[in-house]
Design a protein around this ligand. Structure first.
Ligand SMILES: CC(C)(COP(=O)(O)OP(=O)(O)OC[C@H]1O[C@@H](n2cnc3c(N)ncnc32)[C@H](O)[C@@H]1OP(=O)(O)O)[C@@H](O)C(=O)NCCC(=O)NCCS
Length: 256
């Protein structure tokens, strides 16, 4: 309950949702880096077991630093709590290249963790739906004066896991780039990959494969995940995950 009390007293209100085996609440926290230092520590402490379980990692200092950088390094955070008020999942995201006139906005999914005991209950999909529904009016301080703005035409993420791409593709009911069976990346998708990796400070992005080389410096997973689809697993075999390679996955929304 500690984290729920903290979020409630800071003025955050949760939305209530049904999942396969019960109910959860989702808190949306904008600019989590602006929380008071003490609140940040409480939040990080409460999310560490979720991340450690999801990535099958020990709660080492190095791993804690990784999680801390993810949680407070981006502008949006969703935290899912169970009926006891204990965090069971979170997702980090932000917009890159906000330029709705040029239609170049990218919604970047910076990271997602669902505690192992809470996986396969629809939480990952629910979190994605929450984020995909976001419009720019809630992210720009005075954007309401523009009236309704279009949703970001591109959604991107960086991952070492074929399961994450599989899960994403299942949720959007389409295949994100890079396509598993087809070679070749459209020019606009390669450009999104370049913008995302530049934004993240990656220095070795391959436009033909959408692989960002050695950006993490190591494998983030204690046990390397696999997807139920052999094609996805094979595509991710091109990554040297132990060196920290990642795949940049990009979905162009169908209306664009
Ligand atoms: C990837 C992850 C976030 C998915 O979250 P989740 O809440 O379990 O996903 P959902 O319940 O919404 O799954 C939706 C669909 O994706 C597919 N899927 C998800 N996890 C799967 C798994 N382990 N095996 C096979 N299919 C899976 C299924 O089709 C599933 O639908 P179904 O359960 O009705 O068959 C979760 O497994 C996780 O936290 N993994 C470890 C951390 C991680 O890799 N984070 C991403 C870093 S970039």
């Amino acid at each position: 309950m500690v984290v729920v009390n903290l979020l409630t007293s800071a003025g955050y209100r949760a939305t209530h949702h049904h999942i396969k085996t019960g109910d959860v609440d989702i808190y949306r926290i904008d600019y989590p880096r602006n929380l008071p230092e003490e609140a940040k520590e409480v939040l990080l402490d409460s999310l560490m077991p979720v991340a450690a379980s999801a990535f099958r990692q020990q709660e080492t200092d190095l791993f804690r630093k990784d999680v801390q950088e993810h949680i407070f390094g981006f502008s949006g955070l969703f935290v899912v709590v169970n009926e006891e008020g204990v965090p069971v999942a979170f997702r980090v995201w932000e917009f890159i290249e906000l330029n709705f006139v040029a239609g170049t906005d990218i919604l970047y999914l910076a990271g997602m963790c669902v505690h192992e005991a809470w996986q396969r209950q629809g939480i990952g999909t629910l979190l994605l739906q929450c984020i995909l529904r976001e419009d720019h009016r809630r992210s720009l301080p005075d954007a309401h004066s523009f009236g309704p703005l279009p949703l970001a035409p591109y959604v991107a993420m960086r991952t070492q896991s074929p399961l994450v791409k599989w899960n994403f593709d299942q949720s959007i009911k389409r295949e994100s780039y890079p396509l598993i069976e087809e070679e070749g990346i459209p020019v606009d998708i390669a450009r999104v990959g370049q913008i995302v990796t530049r934004h993240l400070g990656d220095t070795s992005f391959e436009t033909q494969t959408m692989i960002s080389r050695e950006c993490y410096g190591r494998c983030l997973y204690g046990v390397a995940p696999t997807s139920p689809d052999e094609g996805y697993n094979k595509a991710f075999n091109k990554l040297n995950v132990d060196d920290g390679d990642t795949m940049i996955c990009v979905w162009r929304r169908p209306e664009h």
